[in-house]
Design a protein around this ligand. Structure first.
Ligand code: ADP
Ligand code: MG
Length: 457
């Protein structure tokens, strides 16, 4: 067995040189060697989705890696296994798979919004202009999978959750736009949960409930955004439950978004919660500094303006969580620059953003982060640089590195140096580890949020 483990470890290190870092961490790193059965290597993966993804995208490369390591051809299979990193499994809660029935489209006329029918879909949101980083790669990949075969994957419903301004609406609408681009006749209906609620209430007062039901229940794809607002609205929930079931039974794709995972949405009926969790649940995390810079770059390019890398880094370093605010800052700056006929410099950016946008706070320093985290964990700040460490200190240190990476614009090298001369890979590892931990540990997330908040008061 040790020998098989070694083979797989060697393969992973081979693969890590052949695929980019982000994809490696997302898809390959969470795998483990389970053993060999009937001369087939059993490779453990955290969930079905990863298995499908590896099969589709990496099987040739894995074959090549195994050949290079073992000097012969080996067959392999992906097995969903609880031995894989728990953090990863939680990212994709695949509780129950519904075999999607290949449903024939109903003959009744469509009286939804249509392609005109989907006039709620904005043309701004596409996969092409969605920047992928390690904070959103899973959600993105799942969205593409659903967009390619709506209703035909096991990811039904697809449930995307994450904080404000992190791209949930963008992804949901990109799925809808993608489906329509591929099939002009597809009946895609996008609505916020508030719109669904008002439509329902209006249909009661207009005595047109049948029209309402018909409209929502004859969609090929239904996208409902921000379903946390269904909380406490019992009869709307009831309606939605029936709509959901009808669509689901007919093999139609449903995509839901919310600001938190299904289990944390209070005031939703149990049967709805279990429906929502029955396909694929995936999250979007706040983007890392690199992703934030990439998003700004993409935006500047699409607006056809040149902004220096310094300015982009400054903005990305100042606004760390909300992508909407991030874009807002750039827009403001560009507006200012064009009005004054000036080129944007870091000085102007500093001046303008600090004065006019309250949500943009001063950037915090590595030292402040270390001090706050140490305080929270009741250890002395010097422990952040110490060689010797207990598990508690190790965790505190990783949290501090994670925060430095998300809240400051310091380089990986700079951060490593401030933690007793660690190298950049230690910082990357810490960031990744904490990102995974907060996905499954709400309390830890809360604690880190508190530390973050306290840095800005
Ligand atoms: P949410 O629905 O999660 O609150 P949105 O989808 O409305 O967030 O995103 C806020 C803004 O940020 C939108 O303008 C969106 O296009 C942009 N945005 C979010 N994530 C990305 C991304 N990964 N790449 C490019 N733009 C993004
Ligand atoms: Mg939204």
């Amino acid at each position: 067995m040790a020998e098989h483990n070694q083979v797989w470890n060697d393969c992973l290190s081979y693969l890590s040189r052949r695929v980019n870092r982000q994809s490696f961490y997302t898809w390959l790193k969470p795998t483990v060697m389970l053993g060999v059965d009937d001369s087939t290597m059993q490779i453990g993966v955290p969930n079905r989705f990863v298995a499908d993804w590896l099969q589709e995208h990496y099987s040739d490369l894995i074959t090549e890696a195994l050949r290079s390591v073992t000097e012969r051809d080996c067959s392999f299979a992906f097995i969903v296994s609880p031995h894989c990193e728990a953090a990863q499994t939680d990212m994709f809660v695949v509780r129950q798979h519904f075999a999607a029935t290949a449903a024939a489209k109903t003959a009744e006329p469509w009286n939804g919004n249509g392609c005109k029918m989907c006039n709620e879909l904005s043309d701004r949101y596409h996969f092409e202009n969605f920047v992928v980083g390690d904070s959103n790669e899973f959600a993105y990949a799942a969205s593409i999978a659903v967009g390619k075969s709506p209703g035909k994957t096991r990811y039904n419903p697809l449930f995307i959750y994450g904080g404000v301004g992190l791209g949930k609406t963008h992804l949901a609408q990109a799925i809808g736009n993608y489906v329509i681009d591929n099939d002009k006749a597809a009946r895609v209906l996008y609505a916020t949960s508030e719109k669904f609620t008002t439509d329902f209430i209006n249909s009661i007062s207009n005595k047109s409930i049948a029209d309402f039901s018909n409209r929502y229940r004859s969609a090929d794809m239904l996208l409902i955004d921000d379903i946390q607002f269904f909380t406490g609205k019992e009869s709307t929930q009831e309606q939605f439950f029936h709509t959901f079931n009808t669509l689901h039974q007919n093999g139609r794709q449903i995509v839901l978004t919310a600001d938190r995972p299904p289990r944390d949405i209070k005031g939703l009926e149990e049967r709805l919660l279990s429906r929502f969790s029955s396909g694929l649940v995936t999250d979007i995390q706040p983007p890392s500094l690199e992703t934030r810079i990439a998003i700004l770059q993409r935006k500047a390019e699409s607006d056809n303006v040149k902004v220096s890398a310094d300015v982009l880094s400054y903005i990305a370093g100042s606004v760390s969580t909300n992508i909407r605010d991030l874009e807002g800052c750039l827009t403001r700056l560009l507006a200012y620059a064009s009005l004054r006929g000036k080129e944007v410099t870091v000085d102007i950016a500093q001046h303008l953003l600090r004065d006019s946008i309250p949500s943009v706070k001063e950037t915090v320093s590595i030292e402040q982060i270390q001090r706050r985290v140490a305080e929270s964990y009741n250890i002395s700040p010097e422990m952040m640089q110490a060689k010797r460490k207990t598990a508690e200190v190790a965790l505190a240190r990783q949290i501090a590195m994670y925060l430095c990476r998300t809240l400051t614009s310091s380089s990986l090298k700079g951060i490593g140096a401030a933690f007793g001369g660690r190298d950049h890979s230690t910082v990357i590892h810490a960031h990744k580890t904490i990102l995974e931990m907060i996905r499954k540990d709400v309390n830890l997330k809360l604690r880190i949020d508190q530390i973050t908040n306290s840095l800005y008061v």
